[in-house]
Design a protein around this ligand. Structure first.
Ligand code: IMP
Ligand code: MG
Length: 174
Protein backbone atom coordinates (compact mmCIF):
# COMPACT_ATOMS: atom_id res chain seq x y z
CA UNK A 1 0.00 0.00 0.00
CA UNK A 2 3.09 2.20 0.38
CA UNK A 3 1.90 3.97 3.54
CA UNK A 4 4.45 5.16 6.08
CA UNK A 5 3.95 5.80 9.78
CA UNK A 6 5.61 8.84 11.36
CA UNK A 7 5.80 9.75 15.04
CA UNK A 8 3.97 12.89 16.12
CA UNK A 9 3.90 12.64 19.93
CA UNK A 10 6.39 10.57 21.95
CA UNK A 11 5.57 8.22 24.83
CA UNK A 12 7.27 10.64 27.26
CA UNK A 13 5.06 13.50 26.05
CA UNK A 14 1.97 11.27 26.37
CA UNK A 15 2.92 10.28 29.94
CA UNK A 16 3.38 13.91 30.97
CA UNK A 17 0.06 14.93 29.39
CA UNK A 18 -1.86 12.09 31.06
CA UNK A 19 -0.53 13.21 34.47
CA UNK A 20 -1.45 16.83 33.68
CA UNK A 21 -5.00 15.80 32.68
CA UNK A 22 -5.34 13.67 35.83
CA UNK A 23 -4.44 16.70 37.98
CA UNK A 24 -7.09 18.82 36.23
CA UNK A 25 -9.73 16.10 36.58
CA UNK A 26 -8.86 15.64 40.25
CA UNK A 27 -9.36 19.37 40.87
CA UNK A 28 -12.99 19.02 39.71
CA UNK A 29 -13.60 15.47 41.08
CA UNK A 30 -11.57 15.22 44.31
CA UNK A 31 -13.40 12.19 45.66
CA UNK A 32 -14.00 10.09 42.61
CA UNK A 33 -15.04 10.01 39.01
CA UNK A 34 -17.21 7.69 36.93
CA UNK A 35 -15.93 7.26 33.40
CA UNK A 36 -17.67 6.12 30.23
CA UNK A 37 -14.89 4.78 28.05
CA UNK A 38 -15.57 5.00 24.33
CA UNK A 39 -14.18 1.80 22.85
CA UNK A 40 -12.09 0.87 21.15
CA UNK A 41 -9.70 3.76 20.54
CA UNK A 42 -9.76 5.30 24.04
CA UNK A 43 -8.99 2.15 26.00
CA UNK A 44 -5.19 2.53 26.20
CA UNK A 45 -5.51 6.21 27.17
CA UNK A 46 -8.18 5.36 29.73
CA UNK A 47 -6.07 2.74 31.51
CA UNK A 48 -3.15 5.16 31.84
CA UNK A 49 -5.49 7.96 32.97
CA UNK A 50 -7.14 5.68 35.53
CA UNK A 51 -3.76 4.75 37.00
CA UNK A 52 -2.70 8.41 37.11
CA UNK A 53 -5.96 9.35 38.89
CA UNK A 54 -5.63 6.48 41.36
CA UNK A 55 -2.06 7.56 42.11
CA UNK A 56 -3.52 10.97 43.05
CA UNK A 57 -6.05 9.29 45.35
CA UNK A 58 -9.06 9.66 43.03
CA UNK A 59 -11.30 6.58 42.87
CA UNK A 60 -12.29 5.65 39.34
CA UNK A 61 -15.38 3.71 38.32
CA UNK A 62 -16.03 2.97 34.69
CA UNK A 63 -18.23 1.36 32.08
CA UNK A 64 -17.52 0.88 28.39
CA UNK A 65 -19.53 2.02 25.41
CA UNK A 66 -18.70 1.06 21.88
CA UNK A 67 -19.59 3.35 19.03
CA UNK A 68 -18.72 3.20 15.39
CA UNK A 69 -19.04 5.71 12.62
CA UNK A 70 -16.02 5.08 10.46
CA UNK A 71 -15.71 3.36 7.15
CA UNK A 72 -11.97 3.21 6.47
CA UNK A 73 -10.63 6.70 7.17
CA UNK A 74 -13.88 8.61 6.65
CA UNK A 75 -16.47 9.41 9.29
CA UNK A 76 -19.87 8.46 7.92
CA UNK A 77 -21.73 10.79 10.30
CA UNK A 78 -24.11 7.99 11.23
CA UNK A 79 -23.24 6.61 14.63
CA UNK A 80 -23.92 3.02 15.65
CA UNK A 81 -24.11 1.99 19.31
CA UNK A 82 -22.39 -1.40 19.27
CA UNK A 83 -22.26 -1.66 23.09
CA UNK A 84 -24.52 0.45 25.28
CA UNK A 85 -24.53 1.42 28.96
CA UNK A 86 -27.57 0.47 31.00
CA UNK A 87 -29.73 3.13 32.65
CA UNK A 88 -28.71 1.93 36.11
CA UNK A 89 -25.03 2.55 35.34
CA UNK A 90 -25.44 6.27 34.65
CA UNK A 91 -28.69 7.32 36.33
CA UNK A 92 -28.13 10.42 38.46
CA UNK A 93 -24.36 10.26 38.08
CA UNK A 94 -21.88 12.91 37.02
CA UNK A 95 -20.05 11.09 34.28
CA UNK A 96 -16.83 11.73 32.40
CA UNK A 97 -16.71 10.55 28.79
CA UNK A 98 -13.23 9.37 27.80
CA UNK A 99 -12.45 9.75 24.10
CA UNK A 100 -9.33 9.20 22.06
CA UNK A 101 -9.92 11.96 19.50
CA UNK A 102 -12.55 14.52 18.55
CA UNK A 103 -12.61 14.85 14.79
CA UNK A 104 -15.92 15.91 13.17
CA UNK A 105 -17.40 16.07 16.68
CA UNK A 106 -20.45 13.94 15.85
CA UNK A 107 -19.44 11.03 18.11
CA UNK A 108 -18.66 13.17 21.15
CA UNK A 109 -21.92 15.10 20.92
CA UNK A 110 -23.88 11.91 20.26
CA UNK A 111 -22.48 10.18 23.35
CA UNK A 112 -23.05 13.21 25.57
CA UNK A 113 -26.71 13.45 24.54
CA UNK A 114 -27.15 9.69 24.79
CA UNK A 115 -25.90 9.65 28.41
CA UNK A 116 -28.11 12.60 29.38
CA UNK A 117 -31.07 10.75 27.79
CA UNK A 118 -30.10 7.70 29.90
CA UNK A 119 -30.39 9.83 33.06
CA UNK A 120 -26.85 11.07 33.74
CA UNK A 121 -26.91 14.18 35.95
CA UNK A 122 -24.02 15.81 34.12
CA UNK A 123 -21.64 14.82 31.35
CA UNK A 124 -18.10 16.08 30.89
CA UNK A 125 -15.63 15.10 28.19
CA UNK A 126 -11.92 14.32 28.24
CA UNK A 127 -10.25 13.73 24.90
CA UNK A 128 -6.60 12.90 24.46
CA UNK A 129 -6.56 14.44 20.98
CA UNK A 130 -8.40 17.23 19.22
CA UNK A 131 -8.39 17.67 15.43
CA UNK A 132 -10.18 21.04 15.17
CA UNK A 133 -9.65 21.55 11.43
CA UNK A 134 -12.13 18.76 10.72
CA UNK A 135 -14.87 19.89 13.07
CA UNK A 136 -18.40 19.81 11.62
CA UNK A 137 -20.31 20.47 14.83
CA UNK A 138 -19.26 22.47 17.89
CA UNK A 139 -18.09 20.35 20.83
CA UNK A 140 -17.15 21.38 24.35
CA UNK A 141 -14.04 19.44 25.39
CA UNK A 142 -13.67 19.94 29.15
CA UNK A 143 -10.20 18.38 29.35
CA UNK A 144 -8.10 18.35 26.22
CA UNK A 145 -4.74 16.64 25.65
CA UNK A 146 -3.05 17.56 22.36
CA UNK A 147 -4.26 19.45 19.32
CA UNK A 148 -3.26 17.52 16.19
CA UNK A 149 -3.10 18.52 12.52
CA UNK A 150 -5.51 17.20 9.88
CA UNK A 151 -3.73 13.89 9.38
CA UNK A 152 -4.90 10.35 10.01
CA UNK A 153 -3.64 9.48 13.49
CA UNK A 154 -2.72 5.98 14.68
CA UNK A 155 -1.08 4.41 17.71
CA UNK A 156 -1.72 4.44 21.46
CA UNK A 157 -5.12 2.83 20.81
CA UNK A 158 -6.02 4.56 17.54
CA UNK A 159 -6.25 2.44 14.43
CA UNK A 160 -6.84 2.37 10.76
CA UNK A 161 -9.03 -0.66 10.07
CA UNK A 162 -7.73 -2.45 13.15
CA UNK A 163 -4.03 -1.81 12.58
CA UNK A 164 -1.46 0.16 14.62
CA UNK A 165 -3.40 0.32 17.92
CA UNK A 166 -0.37 -1.30 19.59
CA UNK A 167 2.13 1.46 18.70
CA UNK A 168 3.31 3.05 21.97
CA UNK A 169 3.48 6.62 20.62
CA UNK A 170 1.02 8.76 18.64
CA UNK A 171 1.81 8.66 14.94
CA UNK A 172 0.29 9.67 11.64
CA UNK A 173 0.01 7.92 8.32
CA UNK A 174 1.41 9.39 5.16
P1 IMP B 1 -15.85 12.07 15.01
O1 IMP B 1 -17.25 11.57 15.26
O2 IMP B 1 -15.64 12.41 13.55
O3 IMP B 1 -15.45 13.20 15.92
O4 IMP B 1 -14.87 10.89 15.23
C1 IMP B 1 -14.73 10.31 16.42
C2 IMP B 1 -14.11 8.94 16.34
O5 IMP B 1 -13.54 8.60 15.07
C3 IMP B 1 -12.98 8.92 17.31
O6 IMP B 1 -13.43 8.56 18.58
C4 IMP B 1 -12.04 7.90 16.71
O7 IMP B 1 -12.38 6.63 17.18
C5 IMP B 1 -12.27 8.00 15.22
N1 IMP B 1 -11.24 8.84 14.58
C6 IMP B 1 -11.35 10.14 14.20
N2 IMP B 1 -10.21 10.61 13.67
C7 IMP B 1 -9.33 9.59 13.73
C8 IMP B 1 -7.94 9.45 13.37
O8 IMP B 1 -7.26 10.37 12.86
N3 IMP B 1 -7.40 8.23 13.60
C9 IMP B 1 -8.09 7.20 14.16
N4 IMP B 1 -9.36 7.28 14.52
C10 IMP B 1 -9.99 8.46 14.32
MG1 MG C 1 -13.15 6.93 19.53
Amino acid sequence: MGESVKELISTAEIDAKVKELALKIKADHPNGVYCIVVLTGAMIFFVDLMKALRALGVQVGFAPMKLSSYDGTESTGTINVDLDVTKVKVDGKWVLVVEDIVDSGFTANFVKKHLLDRGAASVRLVSLLDKPERRKTEVKIDYKGFTVPDKFIVGYGLDVEGRYRDLPSICYIE
